[in-house]
Design a protein around this ligand. Structure first.
Ligand code: DX5
Ligand code: ZN
Length: 223
């Protein structure tokens, strides 16, 4: 894959919520908008939920921007809320394999709701758990930090995990996106892309670093 094909997903967890619409406008050239939903159970933090997602959706639509609204559910038993998040504006819904015994059913439900279905793995979860799911998903997300907080350091073992999943997807001829999330800075962009990632999530290195300017610095790392 050409390194220039990589897409960016600014995570609004790191934005200034008093200026949500302006922050979204600043990254209107991004391919995705990443929405981190945390319930205080699956992860030791609570972020935001449906009303913020609805506001993001309204801002995106008002701007006429094309960002995919990419919802990362860090909640226990995500099957309880898939319909609600789809109705609130998610284009893509990703569920953790660790959060439910029914991850395959979640993927089916998301597809039935007409949304893109993603599965997510924590850094400590065996990659093999993905194998039975790969054929039915639109996105695989490999966490490069333990989920729950922005601003953590990128775990270097992620590279090998990304290479393995890239090989599996290519062997299947799968067009699924391979996303990486957590601690991504400009220094990681090229090596992650070379390992086979196709979508990079970034919170602090976008919104904590000037918004549009932060996004541009990440893109510049590919040139
Ligand atoms: C972590 C979240 C990430 C986080 C990324 O639990 O899933 O999306 O917001 O933020 P940074 O880029 O600051 O690690
Ligand atoms: Zn995330």
């Amino acid at each position: 894959m050409l390194p220039t094909a990589v897409k960016f997903a600014p995570s609004i967890l790191a934005c200034d919520f008093t200026r949500l619409g302006t922050e979204i406008e600043a990254v209107s050239s991004a391919e995705y908008l990443h929405i981190d939903v945390m319930d205080g159970l699956f992860v030791p933090n609570i972020s935001f939920g449906l009303p913020i997602l609805e506001a993001v959706r309204r801002s995106r639509d008002a701007l006429g921007a094309g960002q995919v609204i990419d919802v990362h559910l860090m909640i226990e038993r995500p099957e309880r809320y898939l319909e609600a998040f789809a109705a609130a504006g998610a284009d893509s819904l990703s569920v953790h394999v660790e959060a439910t015994p029914h991850v395959h059913r979640c993927v089916q439900t998301i597809r039935e709701l007409g949304r893109r279905a993603g599965v997510v793995l924590n850094p400590g979860t065996a990659l093999e758990t993905l194998r039975p799911l790969l054929e039915g998903v639109d996105l695989v997300l490999i966490m490069s930090v333990n989920p729950g907080f922005g601003g953590q350091s990128f775990l270097p073992q992620t590279y090998e995990r990304v290479r393995t999943v890239r090989r599996w997807l290519d062997d299947l001829g799968s067009p699924a996106e391979l996303q990486v999330d957590g601690g991504v800075t400009a220094a990681h962009v090229r090596p992650l892309t070379e390992a086979g990632a196709s979508v990079l999530v970034a919170g602090s290195s976008v919104f904590g670093s000037g918004g549009a300017a932060g996004l541009e610095r990440l893109r510049a790392a590919l040139r």
